[in-house]
Design a protein around this ligand. Structure first.
Ligand code: GLA
Length: 322
């Protein structure tokens, strides 16, 4: 009898540093206590059979997979993308029968898809009896996300979900993949609030990624650019995009320093500045998100609030004094 595999993976919320990861910048997300769980058993077949507690249709995938991006039902694309990428790495994964459930709200910008990918990757790695680093798991899951959704996301979500620790922010350099774990001080709490459902598929996310490519053609890598480089950009839209990324990278550095010095007023101010930069320069907010941030800031104890993740809906995150 094969051992039962039980894998549980958290969702994440991003405290600061949005739309910086795909140009190798800085981000500071943290895991949440919502989780995606996979339970089941490996077998000697070449088929993955999965039922999901959160999806109507079950999934049956025959290995090897030719085209993961056309898998039906659609949620199976994330599973197939991961199994496909493992095969690309030369890892032979046996069959598996199991079930998935999640407490991460789906389509809310809290990394339900990254958690699904990491949970599937860890399950497959476990039954294939191989060892991969957390960074390698995150990178293969990022490629799987590109295949499954067509959205050219950065590495933040997959890496945070793979390596994050409870009640601890994860400061990630998305170029070197260096990570620092920064404990959330007891005096404050992080509050995540749902605003609206969203999907980055078909959103302007890909256009923002393309804008950044164009900026980098003019001024070189955004991750090392300074505010002085903005003088070289004549196009107003590209100027705004670059200004957001350059100032956001600095805000992440300043936020990490403010947290470790317990300067919570400054940390909150940086979150608000991040929100305004995303809304005005990066144009990823909307009326609902604006109202939600304003409402949160009127509540007692809040020092900062901002939209979090890809934007165009989703959730906001706030910093509240306990
Ligand atoms: C989504 C993407 C991430 C990142 C954020 C914005 O969550 O998956 O890679 O780009 O948007 O910071």
């Amino acid at each position: 009898m094969t051992d039962t595999v039980h894998i549980s993976v958290p969702g994440r919320v991003n405290l600061i540093g949005d739309h910086t990861d795909y140009t190798g910048g800085l981000v500071m997300p943290m895991t949440r206590d919502t989780r995606t769980t996979v339970t089941g058993q490996g077998n000697t077949s070449r088929v993955w059979n999965l039922v999901s507690h959160d999806e109507a249709d079950s999934l049956s995938i025959a290995l090897p997979i030719e085209d993961p991006s056309s898998m039906q039902p659609r949620w199976g694309r994330y599973v197939a993308g991961v199994l496909f990428e493992l095969k690309q790495l030369g890892i032979e994964v046996p069959g598996f029968t199991g079930e998935i459930s999640t407490t991460i709200p789906i389509g809310s910008g809290l990394s339900s898809s990254a958690a699904l990918e990491i949970a599937i990757a860890r399950t497959a790695i476990s039954i294939a009896n191989v060892v991969l680093t957390d960074a390698d798991v995150a990178l293969l899951c990022q490629r799987a996300e590109h295949i499954a959704s067509g959205v050219p996301c950065g590495i933040m979500d997959q890496l945070c979900v793979a390596i994050g620790r409870p009640n601890t922010a994860t400061l990630i350099d998305c170029h070197s993949l260096d990570v620092q774990h920064v404990a959330i001080p007891d005096e404050i709490e992080i509050v995540t609030r749902f605003v609206s459902h969203r999907t980055l598929v078909g959103s302007e996310y890909s256009e923002r990624v393309e804008d950044c490519r164009q900026v980098e053609n003019i001024i070189g890598p955004l991750r090392s650019a300074t505010i002085n480089d903005l003088q070289k950009i004549t196009d107003q839209r590209l100027l705004q995009r670059a200004r957001h990324v350059i100032t956001e990278n600095q805000r992440v550095r300043d936020f990490a320093a403010a947290l470790s010095q317990k300067d919570f007023a400054s940390a909150g101010g940086l979150m608000l500045a991040s929100h305004h930069s995303l809304a005005n320069d990066y144009e990823t907010s909307n009326d609902q998100m604006e109202r939600a941030v304003q409402d949160m800031m009127r509540e007692p104890g809040f020092l900062g609030a901002r939209m979090t993740g890809g934007g165009f809906g989703g959730c906001i995150v706030g910093l509240r004094r306990r």
